[in-house]
Design a protein around this ligand. Structure first.
Ligand code: FAD
Ligand code: NAD
Length: 460
């Protein structure tokens, strides 16, 4: 039995950042990470970084395909899918190695590669990569084990074979006809990416609207531009059964009162993610989970068991890397810096990395109305932004919601080129609690996409 001051189980964004910070304060700290291939966590290895690397390839393919419109003639361009995957692997590997280097410097042998599970409230059994078992204990434990793809219980699905967000990025050949189950973040990013690589793509969604948390006008604007590009949608659809037919996969689908059959070469399942709590044996520690298996925490990320915290996706927070990082900041503030931070009052931006991007922050129009605000709403077509014209990136719709009483911005959804960058400017104004007029009247560089905020808020 080895004793530590602190143990972190799972090396996601929060855990891998917290470990060196604890060591720096003189705490004897161990970080338990399941696999050498996952050093740095989900984001780096199988999520944000590889997807955005492949999105970059897809966007280059699109620019080349449309280069004529810019007066550039490109002859006989072809997509080398194997090279796209190779480039992705190189980016991932370089980031994983950098993370391994940093963790080794901070932790040395206390970076333990193996799967951890509770055997008592303060005791973890680690099944190491070398096939050994180690028992380690600590005063304080931090759980940061993340999520994995949710696989719905559709008859025949397992036998028919399907792809997840992980295996689709390791394919050796481009799918000829990709069916995608799920019209959320993962489904839409892969839909456009694979369409731009050259696959035929059909997205199957269970609701009437894609991106169910967005306002209908924004969701429809996204769907319309993807449809215009060539991606097909089948919404309001329930998959009843899956079958394999030779090289093809067949889906039996209920749409309204009709049953239809769809056939494709591959099926990507992207219907959400489940917490990686099942292997943790949380019962041995008495740590409470909710009905979906996420660890229940208070706004200081404390579980029901004193001395055990849960950070990142596993605690049921919005599933973004920057939220996990902020969970680390909360722990650091409260346990290291003598501060008093919690999860309330943290605006959480997000960006769907399609082209054009959809960035969102704060309340939607629907949410603001439900919460009883008196609001003013401004909308702007992206084609009104001079920078969008120069770039030939005129697709999109920008929308902002302002509290009539205070003039404060309640939320914004920006569907436009570089929206993921532009939203940060809106966020700073919101966080500083400045009125929307700062963005309406601020002198912003011409011609930039951010300048579009002058135009958007002028319509308020
Ligand atoms: C395809 C995809 C694309 C995404 N794109 C974005 C994006 O662009 N931007 C964004 O902000 N978010 C994105 N996300 C979400 C983001 O990846 C997650 O929110 C984030 O990685 C969660 O980090 P985490 O700190 O909770 O833990 P993770 O990074 O999930 O880390 C958990 C770690 O724990 C390890 N582990 C699990 N169980 C055990 C155990 N028992 N013992 C030891 N180790 C264990 C795992 O191996 C893993 O390394 C994407 C997700 C997916 C799936
Ligand atoms: N750019 C980013 O920041 C980014 C990218 C990818 C993933 N993520 C994170 O990862 C999370 C998981 O992504 P996701 O796309 O799997 O989940 P999601 O929650 O974004 O979307 C899942 C979609 O699947 C639908 N669905 C559920 N069950 C279904 C079924 N049986 N048949 C058909 N449709 C079904 C839901 O209605 C929903 O629209 C996201 O919520 C997000 O937090 C972020």
């Amino acid at each position: 039995m080895e004793h530590y001051d602190d143990i972190i189980i799972g090396g996601g964004k929060a855990g891998k950042t917290l470990a060196p910070a604890l060591v720096a304060t003189g705490r004897k700290t161990a970080l338990v990470e399941r696999s050498l291939n996952m050093i740095g966590g989900t984001c780096i290895n199988v999520a944000c970084i590889p997807t955005k690397t492949m999105v970059a390839s897809a966007n280059v393919a699109n620019i080349v395909r449309n280069s004529d419109a810019y007066g550039v003639k490109v002859h006989a361009s072809t997509l080398d899918f194997a090279e796209v995957i190779r480039r992705k692997r190189i980016v991932v590997q370089s980031m994983r190695e950098m993370n391994l280097h940093n963790l080794k410097i901070a932790l040395g042998h206390e970076l333990i590669v193996g799967t951890g599970r509770f055997v008592a409230p303060q005791t973890i059994e680690v099944a190491t990569d070398e096939g050994n078992t180690r028992l380690i204990t600590a005063e304080r434990l931090f759980i940061n084990t993340g999520t994995r793809p949710l696989i719905p219980s559709i008859p025949g699905l397992k036998e028919a074979g399907f792809l997840t967000s992980e295996s689709i990025m390791e394919l050796e050949q481009l799918p000829e006809h990709l069916l995608i189950l799920g019209s959320g973040y993962i489904g839409l990013e892969f839909a456009q990416m694979f369409w731009r690589f050259g696959s035929r793509v059909k997205v199957i969604g269970q609701s009437e609207q894609i991106l169910s948390q967005q306002d209908p006008d924004i969701a429809m604007a996204v769907q319309t531009l993807l449809e215009r590009e060539g991606i097909e949608f089948l919404l309001n659809a329930k998959v009843l059964k899956a079958d394999r037919a030779g090289n093809a996969i067949k889906l039996q689908i209920q749409v309204a009162n009709q049953q239809i059959e769809l056939q494709g070469s591959h099926l990507l399942v992207a219907v959400g993610r489940v917490p990686t709590t099942d292997s943790l044996n949380l019962a041995a520690a008495g740590v409470a989970t909710d009905a979906r298996g996420f660890i229940v925490v208070n706004d200081r990320l404390e579980t029901n068991v004193p001395g055990i915290w849960a950070l990142g996706d596993i605690n049921g927070c919005p599933q973004y890397t920057h939220v996990s990082l902020d969970d680390y900041r909360i722990i650091k503030a409260n346990l290291i810096d003598g501060g008093n931070r919690n999860t309330s009052d943290r605006p959480i931006p997000s960006c769907l990395f399609i082209d054009p991007e959809l960035a969102h922050l704060g309340l939607t129009e629907t949410e603001a109305q439900q919460q009883g605000y008196a609001i003013r709403v401004a909308k702007l077509d992206a084609s009104a932004i001079p920078r969008a014209r120069t770039l030939g990136k005129t697709d999109g719709l920008l929308k902002a919601i302002v509290d009539t009483e205070t003039g404060h911005i309640l939320g914004a959804s920006l569907l436009c080129h570089e929206a993921g960058e532009v939203i940060s400017t809106v966020q700073m104004v919101m966080q500083a609690q400045m009125p929307y007029t700062v963005l309406r009247d601020g002198v912003l560089t011409h011609p930039t996409m951010t300048e579009g905020l002058n135009l958007l808020f002028s319509k308020m």
